[in-house]
Ligand binder design. Structure first.
Ligand code: MEV
Length: 328
């Protein structure tokens, strides 16, 4: 009898702090109701969506995680509602879901911390750079902060890489409505992170902008605690200006941000930029969505406060483990 699991993990958007978080600055991100789901069962050879796995069907993230924990070949069926290359954390959700599956199928710990650490290593191996923000948001769900002061009970996990340290904590956010606007332009994260790094290496001005973004995120955290949505929105719009100065916006993103602003508290690009998506904080979601669509974007009114990674062992798997436990 084959072991099989269904795993699912959410996409995310960034309220404040993308790019600067790579340098250990604070960031705030929310998981949202677009999910990446995988149905996985043991098999005689690796298969993805019914086809033999090749480097193009099996992403480097999946290959990394399969190699990390070994185990039997798997047949994997993928259903994703997270558009890829759009700044909504599709590769992080894939890494979170697959890390959970591989751990579960190999009888390893499925604590969120262990899944978050594996998922980050997979993202890092595939991208060659980056922070654990996207993977942590997907694994934990809800809202997370990195490198902000937190109450001890909100601490989730610490992730370290190349002398950088990120303390990840959960955040409690007020009820807010966000609209995502997708430019439809796909942009990979790695080259944009590299672009910012090159700018920082050669310019004190760029390093000052990154510091300023860290301060803006801390102000955003304060606004969230004080339930000051107007202030949070203004900080998001300011952050978009800082991201533009760093060179990671593009005319299409600027156009959607501008279109959203008259009906929003604030708007900014989300994720690595260069295309992909923007996000608006609004209490008139339909109007904001219409404005985004009227300017060439695809709008999604998203829900937050969603669960992180979920792992469901299918009946056969449960029975087999049960039998094994009864025998031992
Ligand atoms: C991408 O969603 C966010 C970036 O900050 C990269 C990262 O944190 O790894 C641009």
């Amino acid at each position: 009898m084959n072991l099989s699991v269904t795993v699912s993990a959410p996409g995310k958007f960034v309220i404040l702090g993308e790019h600067s978080v790579v340098y250990g600055k604070p960031a705030l991100a929310l998981a949202m109701d677009m999910r990446f789901t995988m149905h996985i069962s043991e098999s005689s050879s690796f298969m993805v969506n019914g086809l033999p796995a090749t480097p193009s069907t099996m992403s480097p993230h999946m290959k990394f995680l399969s190699d990390l924990h070994g185990g039997n070949p798997l047949s994997i069926r993928i259903e994703s509602r997270v558009p890829s290359g759009s700044g909504l954390g599709s590769s992080a959700a894939l890494s979170a879901a697959y890390a959970g599956a591989v751990r579960s199928l190999n009888g390893l710990s499925c604590s969120k911390e262990s899944i978050a650490k594996d998922a980050y290593e997979a993202e890092y191996a595939a991208q060659g750079r980056g922070s654990p923000m996207d993977t942590s948001a997907s694994v934990n769900g809800g809202g997370i902060a990195l490198n902000v002061p937190y109450k001890p009970e909100d601490f989730l996990w610490r992730i370290e890489k190349n002398e950088r340290v990120w303390d990840v904590s959960r955040i409690d956010v007020p009820k807010m409505t966000f609209v995502i606007g997708n430019t439809g332009i796909r942009a990979a994260t790695g080259p944009l992170v590299e672009k910012v790094k090159n700018y920082m290496d050669s310019s004190k001005f760029a390093r000052d902008i990154i510091d300023e973004m860290g301060d803006v995120t801390l102000d955003g955290m304060k606004a969230i605690k004080e339930r000051d949505i107007t202030e949070l929105g203004a900080l998001m719009t300011y952050d978009h200006e800082l991201l533009s100065i760093l060179g990671v916006s593009c005319p299409e993103l600027d156009k959607l941000v501008k279109a959203a602003l008259p009906t929003s508290y604030g708007a900014k690009l989300t994720g690595s930029g260069g295309g992909g998506c923007m996000v608006a904080l609004t209490d008139q979601p339909e109007k904001t969505a219409d404005a985004i669509e009227a300017h060439g974007g695809t709008a999604y009114i998203v829900s937050t406060s969603v669960p992180g990674v979920t792992i469901k062992k299918n009946e056969d798997t449960k029975h087999r483990r049960q039998k094994r436990n009864n025998r031992s």
